[in-house]
Design a protein around this ligand. Structure first.
Ligand SMILES: O=C(O)CCC(=O)C(=O)O
Ligand SMILES: [Fe+2]
Length: 312
């Protein structure tokens, strides 16, 4: 189920009908997932529960959004730090991204669209809301498997889900002009708990433990699941935040989508994951406090923003 070689990112097959809690398939997938997360910070997921109609429509609606004027895209859609439109940034001129907070609520999708399209945009809302709902299942199974793989109680998993905020991000990268760098996004880790990425066109790479870059494929049923800084806190440093990047080699604009989760309540490293070999590494963690801290000078200067924010 998962490859053990270092120069590969393991693939976990979520299309397997036997993947149900308690089955052998489940137990071995949990082990493969835990090793992949602890070794590489992420894994590939084969997941076919996003239907093609929804998949195509979410990408086509995102394209319509990115086709709006820069002034429109820059309108304030939220007070929350770092979830607004990002684009035309000096270091990464090819990159643009938008974030829809709580895409699982149709009402919140509507609130978002009303900022960009005063007359509303129901097609956009429907696509984004359906896509997020269909992908949420993957997020939930992955988290349940992470809890199971460490032998943590289901109650704790349920509590984590209740205290999670979701953001759906759409990304667009234009092709580089002659003489311009083809870096879409430089190597980084995400601030999220978990990030689930899909790409319409290749370009996404993951830095493996052995230092090699692994290029992720593009397919409607292929998702890259990676841990962010918050999962590193949650796991008391057992799961490293996955380093990834985007390189634009395509002749057409590149689009990708991400479902990101954030802790809505103060989160502490799991006490079961603290022992003599793994002493407590982090203080209680306020995710939104971290997002505010993230762009401060102190954070940028530090070697590790997460350690600077709440490391012990
Ligand atoms: O476009 C992608 O596939 C990933 C983008 C990304 O990693 C980010 O914006 O944090
Ligand atoms: Fe990222």
């Amino acid at each position: 189920m998962g490859s053990q070689t270092q120069s590969h990112l393991p693939l976990i097959d979520f299309t397997n009908q036997n993947l149900k809690p308690g089955t052998k398939t489940w137990v071995s997938a949990c082990q493969a997932m835990r090793s992949a997360l602890e070794d590489q910070g992420g894994f590939l997921a084969l997941y076919d529960r996003v239907n093609l109609e929804t998949y195509d429509s979410v990408y086509s609606e995102m394209k319509n959004l990115f086709d709006l004027s820069i002034e429109t895209k820059r309108r304030k859609t939220t007070e929350k730090p770092i979830f607004c439109y990002s684009g035309q940034r000096p270091g990464i001129p090819l990159y643009e991204s938008v974030g829809i907070i709580n895409p699982l609520s149709f009402q919140d999708c509507q609130n978002y669209t009303h900022v960009l399209w005063p007359q509303g945009n129901d097609r956009f809302c429907e696509s984004v809301n359906s896509y997020a709902k269909q992908l949420l299942e993957l997020d939930h199974i992955v988290k349940r498997m992470i809890f199971d793989s460490y032998g943590l109680e289901k109650k704790k998993y349920e509590y984590l889900l209740e205290s999670t905020d979701y953001v759906l991000r759409g990304y667009k990268y234009r092709t580089p002009q002659v003489g311009e760098s083809n870096v879409g996004v430089a190597p980084h880790s995400d601030t999220s708990l978990l990030t689930i990425l899909n790409q319409k066109i290749e370009g996404l790479g993951v830095k493996l433990k052995d230092g090699e870059w692994f290029e992720v494929g593009a397919s409607p049923s292929l998702y890259l699941v990676i841990g962010g800084d918050a999962l590193m806190v949650w796991s008391n440093d057992r799961i490293p935040a996955c380093e990834h990047r985007v390189i634009i080699n395509s002749k057409t604009d590149r689009y990708s989508m991400g479902l990101l989760s954030y802790a809505a309540k103060i989160m502490e490293p799991q006490e079961e994951l603290v022992d003599e070999e793994h002493p407590l590494c982090y203080k209680p963690f306020d995710h939104y406090g971290y997002l505010r801290f993230f762009l401060t000078e102190e954070a940028i200067k530090s070697n590790s923003r997460i350690k600077a924010f709440c490391g012990i």
